[in-house]
Write a protein that binds this ligand. Structure first.
Ligand SMILES: NC(=O)c1ccc[n+]([C@@H]2O[C@H](COP(=O)([O-])OP(=O)(O)OC[C@H]3O[C@@H](n4cnc5c(N)ncnc54)[C@H](O)[C@@H]3O)[C@@H](O)[C@H]2O)c1
Length: 253
């Protein structure tokens, strides 16, 4: 941990897991750079962090575009002068309930362009910035869908399986360079993404989704944020290339 306040970059932080992660890292003493497609949500988060005495900037970005990923890292370095941790969280679920034979090029390409290309291009520019700062940590946000199939979710499942492979490659390439690269694999977590799946409020679909988890509940974004903070802390100093489930036991079945 540097003497100056460490800097974290969090992608897709206007909502859900990214939002909770930004607040958790701000509370832990990090300076925060957040990105999103959603300008209003990003600006609101920065106001929230500053009101609590933290330092934060919002950088509008579309992570599916390589150039935006370069611009985001440059803007973070311009604002704070260093990068110590990067959380590649921006993601989309794609169109739900599309069987393989119903897939469209548009859905498959869009889902992979955000969830997979976005993580590749982010790491491409984050790694040199982390090296220049003396090392650091990357945490990619995968899913239980990174290691099991979910019917009707071909594009999402393919993207998350690939992100876990990419995480391991980046971990190997950087293991002796002071950069640890890990991923979290959340189960169902209460965010807008889950509301889009099962609707807001109680429903049979929400009950059935909760029942997929041996703990028989949906998780909170804060529970994922705490796991991400752990993977960026000295407490995880010998952990790299690992996929950490935050899933109430789903993957243990
Ligand atoms: N909620 C869950 O149950 C769950 C479970 C497993 C994994 N995840 C993963 O967690 C991550 C966050 O999901 P969430 O549940 O918080 O969803 P969310 O929809 O609440 O938040 C995702 C954020 O990413 C942003 N975003 C989307 N595309 C972007 C792009 N191209 N460039 C920049 N920002 C973009 C959105 O605007 C949004 O603010 C995703 O990678 C998702 O796949 C979520």
């Amino acid at each position: 941990m540097p003497q100056v306040k460490p800097v974290v970059l969090i992608t897709g932080a206007a909502s859900g897991i990214g939002h909770a992660t930004a607040l958790t890292f701000a509370h832990a003493g990090y300076r925060i750079a957040v990105t999103d497609l959603n300008d209003a949500g990003g600006a609101k988060l920065v106001t929230e962090i500053k009101a609590a005495g933290g330092e934060a900037i919002f950088i509008p970005a579309d992570h599916s575009k390589e150039a935006d990923n370069a611009r985001v890292v440059n803007a973070t370095l311009a604002a704070f002068g260093r990068l110590d941790a990067a959380i590649n969280n921006a993601g989309v679920e794609g169109i739900p309930d599309l069987k393989v034979e119903q897939q469209t090029d548009a859905n498959f390409r869009h889902t992979l362009s955000v969830n997979l290309d976005g993580v590749l291009w982010a790491m491409k520019y984050e790694i040199p910035a982390l090296l220049n700062s003396g090392g650091g940590c990357i945490v990619n946000v995968s899913s239980v869908a990174g290691s099991i199939g979910l019917a009707g979710m071909a594009a999402y499942v393919a993207s998350k399986h690939a992100v876990e492979g990419l995480t391991k490659v980046a971990a190997l390439e950087n293991a002796t360079r002071g950069i640890r690269v890990n991923a979290v694999a959340p189960g169902a977590i209460q965010t807008e993404m889950i509301d889009r799946f099962v609707g807001k409020g109680e429903s049979q679909a929400r009950h059935d989704l909760a029942a997929q988890h041996p703990m028989n509940r949906i998780g909170s974004a804060d529970e994922v944020a705490q796991a991400i903070l752990f993977l960026c802390s000295p407490a995880s100093s010998f952990i790299t290339g690992h996929i950490l489930p935050v899933d109430g036991g789903w993957l243990a079945k």
